[in-house]
Design a protein around this ligand. Sequence first.
Ligand SMILES: NC(=O)C1=CN([C@@H]2O[C@H](COP(=O)(O)OP(=O)(O)OC[C@H]3O[C@@H](n4cnc5c(N)ncnc54)[C@H](OP(=O)(O)O)[C@@H]3O)[C@@H](O)[C@H]2O)C=CC1
Ligand SMILES: O=C1CO[C@H](CO)[C@@H](O)[C@@H]1O
Length: 298
Amino acid sequence: MSKNWTKETFTLNTGAKIPAVGLGTWQSKPNEVRDAVKAALLAGYRHIDTALAYGNENEVGQGIKDSGVPREEIWITTKLDNTWHHRVEEGITSSLKSLGTDYVDLYLVHWPSSTDPEDLKKHLPDWDFIKTWQEMQKLPASGRVKNIGVSNFAIKNLEKLLNHESTKTVPAVNQVELHPNNPSPKLLDYCKEKGIHATAYSCLGSTNSPLASDKTLAKIAEQKGKTTAQVLLMWGLQRGSSVIPKSVTAGRIEANFQLDGWSLTDEEMKTLSSLPDRFKVCGDSWLPIKVFFGDDEA
Ligand SMILES: NC(=O)C1=CN([C@@H]2O[C@H](COP(=O)(O)OP(=O)(O)OC[C@H]3O[C@@H](n4cnc5c(N)ncnc54)[C@H](OP(=O)(O)O)[C@@H]3O)[C@@H](O)[C@H]2O)C=CC1
Ligand SMILES: O=C1CO[C@H](CO)[C@@H](O)[C@@H]1O
C-alpha cells in the first residue's frame, strides 16, 4: 500500500515521531551545506542529520534559520564524536552552540569506539561505550536532548549495552549503513525485536555508489518511471527504516523527496533485498577497535 512518505513518521520507543525522510550532510562542503539545508526545508523536509565530526553544524544551523521554518517543526539529529566519549556533556554543549539551538531531537553515540584524542589509533584505556551510555542517559532530563541513541552498533555491541546493569534507557535509534548491497537483515530484525528504530545511512550507496550501475535496480526504476535513487529510498522506507539521503544539488534534493503515492511490490522488494553484490561505505578499519563482527552483514 502506498503512503505519503514525506509526511510520514516512525514512532520511537520514547513516543517521539521521527520524520521518515531526512537530509544527510556528511561531505556537504562549506558554502554548500547551508543552501542545501535551506532548500530541503523549503521543499518540505523536516529532518536534518549532522554530526560534530562533519564540521558543519554551524552552517546546518544557519541553513535552518535561513529557511524560516520554525525550529519546533524540524527534527535535528547530531552525534557525539569518537574522541569525545569521556566528555559527553561538553560534546552536546558544543553541538548545541554550533547549531544555534537549545535542543536536539536526537543525540547519537556516533561509533561504539572511545577513541583516545591524543592518539587516534588507541582506545581510551579506562573508558568504553558502556560508560559513555551512562553519561548519555543523563541528558534527556535537561531538555537539551529529546532522545538518545547509537550509531554503527552491531548486534554484539547492542547485546553488551542492553545486558549491562547500568543501561536503563534502551537506545531509541541505531543509525547504520543500509542499502541493497549491505541490507543487514539480522541487525534490522534484532533492532525491531528490542524496540530500536533503524535509520538507514548511505541509503543511496553514498558517493560513487556501485548501485548507480546496478542493472537490476535500473530495470525496476525504469519499469516504475522512477529514478534509481527514489527506488532505493522507497526500499529503505518499506523495510521500516527512516532514510537520510545526502545531496547538495537542488534538483536531487527535490527529486529525493518525491516519495508519495507509489510503492514497490513485494516482488520488487525481494529482488532488491537479494542483489548478490556486497559493499560497505563505512568500515571499521580506521578505528582502534573492531566494531563490526559480520552480524550486521548477511
Ligand atoms: N552514522 C554514520 O556513521 C554515518 C551517517 N551518515 C549520514 O547519512 C547521510 C547519507 O549518507 P551518505 O554516505 O552521505 O550517502 P548517500 O547514500 O546519501 O549518497 C550521497 C551521494 O549521492 C548523491 N546523490 C544524492 N541524490 C542523488 C540522486 N537523486 N541522483 C544521483 N545522485 C544522488 C550525492 O551527490 P550530491 O550531493 O553531489 O548531489 C552524494 O554524492 C550522510 O550524509 C550522513 O548524514 C553517513 C555515513 C555514516
Ligand atoms: O558519519 C560518518 C561518515 O563517515 C566517516 C568516515 O568513515 C565517519 O566518521 C562517520 O561514520
